[in-house]
Design a protein around this ligand. Structure first.
Ligand code: CTP
Ligand code: MN
Ligand code: MN
Length: 508
């Protein structure tokens, strides 16, 4: 490995061209299909490049001779990020936005490990944030080297989170501040968690946090402690705090929010069983259902269950509105494997006002007759089409909607699953149905896809950076004083001057 480390040129013994050619033509088995490497010759030299290419191929990596659109990782030596970007500018690539530009030190670590290792900040030649709000004309293929955006809607956040140890900690702290109704601190920790979720690498030292926005000093000091001690004393304290534990428990009941939790905590309750049995407490219908189906609801919804519900929603809605557009929104649209509920958005290009008002009622009646509804709460629309969008980043929308608990029979769920011992052959599933007029469907879809943090930042970006107001119904341009129409989500991003972010990249 000496030759690797020192940069000394490859094989010591000279081999004949004949042997080299013969060796190179032996097809090597590709073990790591997800990576396609290209090693840059510039400033590395052809001999060392050939050596590294051969070594990497022998270790099971796919290494291309030429740069092409299939390449995922470019490895360079003695080049700065801007050197590589400059070189990349003149290569005719369709899309270089997803390319990783890495230093040879990454490849060397991979060779040592015999497999791809995670690229961390120290390997990255360019800290990239590929989604400039204002790509200059003609430059869209080549990302500018600039910092990570403070807005989640300018970052791509998949479910592949490399920084769980930090984001889990921040989410606990944020939740605790939410329970204390401390909005400022809640936002600080949610933003910090969100930006770390978007990073393509794991933070291993504080040096890696350079240039990352949304990390306030108190956030950084917690990160430092986690790096050094493996845990945060503040998080530990929150987890063992009685008030936090009780709020977490009480709010896990459907229909119980902060106010009720506060009341029960003040009254001295510490467990759900005592609350359930207390004769003096009055519960809403929602809370009664929340207690009755508690175990099923806290166990979360799997994708197979969500798909079974999808089939049932489609059947029921299409019985009344054959050309309906029905989209599963929320976390499942973002690719999550589990959710606390299943969300659906319903509309139709042929929707009359009467359909719009009646459809959910008809669906609910149908299910009720079949005995499939364990609970429902239908909220009528309060939507006024000409009103300006809401300025609040967390505003709820005015569409007609139904929050319900569905009785999902196991037999409807694909894949084998074990029967429950007591013979209960169904599971209670939380479902949200939203009905919207066709003109707003793109806005409603964007709003109901989430994540909450992504939505908040979209609205914040719209108002702070574009002087526009966005909500689940419309986009209003305050400068031009017009509503901007959109047929689909792509058009909304375009109105905002944002690169399109796919649903599975919105897990901020
Ligand atoms: N939403 C909304 N108005 C509401 C409720 C929710 O606009 N009254 C949006 C939120 O932005 C959220 C999305 O709809 O991102 C889905 O809400 P929810 O089901 O609460 O969250 P999910 O992201 O689906 O998470 P989970 O998987 O836990 O259900
Ligand atoms: Mn959901
Ligand atoms: Mn929901």
């Amino acid at each position: 490995m000496d030759s690797l480390q020192t940069g000394h040129l490859g094989p010591r013994k000279k081999r004949s061209r004949q042997t080299d050619a013969a060796r190179a033509s032996i097809p090597q088995e590709v073990k790591f299909q997800d990576l396609v490497l290209f090693i840059l010759e510039k400033k590395m030299g052809s001999t060392r490049r050939a050596f590294l290419m051969e070594l990497a191929r022998r270790k099971g990596f796919r290494v291309e001779n030429e740069l092409s659109d299939s390449v995922t990782h470019i490895v360079a030596e003695n080049n700065s990020g801007s050197d590589v970007l400059e070189w990349l500018q003149v290569q005719k690539l369709k899309d270089s936005a997803q390319l990783e530009l890495l230093d040879v030190s990454w490849l060397i670590e991979c060779m040592r490990a015999g497999r791809p290792v995670a690229a961390t900040g120290k390997h990255q030649l360019v800290m990239r944030e590929d989604y400039s709000a204002n790509p200059s004309p003609g430059s869209q293929a080549i990302p500018a080297v600039h910092k990570i955006s403070q807005y989640a809607c300018q970052r791509r956040t998949t479910l592949n989170n490399h920084n769980h140890i930090f984001t889990d900690a921040f989410e606990i702290l944020a939740e605790n501040y939410e329970f204390k109704e401390n909005e400022g601190c809640y936002v600080t920790y949610m933003r910090a968690a969100s930006v770390l979720k978007s990073l393509p690498f794991t933070i291993v030292s504080m040096k890696d946090t350079e240039g990352i926005p949304c990390l306030e000093d108190k956030v950084k000091s917690i990160m430092e402690e986690i790096i050094e001690e493996g845990e945060s004393s503040e998080v530990k304290a929150v987890l063992s705090d009685e008030r936090y534990q009780c709020f977490k428990l009480f709010t896990s009941v459907f229909g119980v929010g902060l106010k009720t939790s506060e009341k029960w905590f003040r009254m001295g309750f510490r467990s759900l069983s005592k609350i359930r049995l207390d004769k003096s407490l009055k519960f809403t219908q929602m809370q009664k259902a929340g207690f009755r189906y508690y175990e099923d609801i806290v166990s979360c919804v799997t994708r197979a269950e969500a798909e079974a519900v999808d089939v049932l929603v489609n059947e029921a809605v299409r019985a009344f509105l054959p050309d309906a557009f029905i989209t599963m929104t929320g976390g499942f649209r973002r690719g999550k494997k589990m959710g606390h509920d299943v969300d659906f958005l319903i509309t139709s290009p042929e929707l009359t006002e009467e359909d719009e008002q009646q459809l959910l009622h008809k669906v609910i009646n149908l299910w009720e007759k079949k005995g499939l509804l364990l609970y429902h709460d239908l909220v009528e629309s309060t939507f006024e089409k000409l009103k300006q969008p809401s300025r609040k980043v967390d505003a709820l929308d005015h569409f007609q909607k139904c929050f319900l608990i569905f009785k999902l029979y196991h037999e409807r769920v694909g894949g084998d699953r074990c029967r429950q011992p007591e013979g209960k052959d169904w599971k209670a599933i939380r479902v949200d149905l939203v009905m919207c007029p066709y003109e707003c469907h793109a806005f409603a879809l964007l709003g109901w896809t989430g994540s909450r943090q992504f939505e908040r930042d979209l609205r914040r970006y719209a108002s702070h950076e574009r002087k526009m107001i966005l909500d689940n119904h419309a986009l209003y341009d305050k400068t031009k004083r017009v509503f901007l129409q959109a047929e689909n989500e792509e058009e909304i991003f375009a109105h905002l001057g944002l690169d399109y972010i796919e649903p599975w990249e919105r897990n901020a």
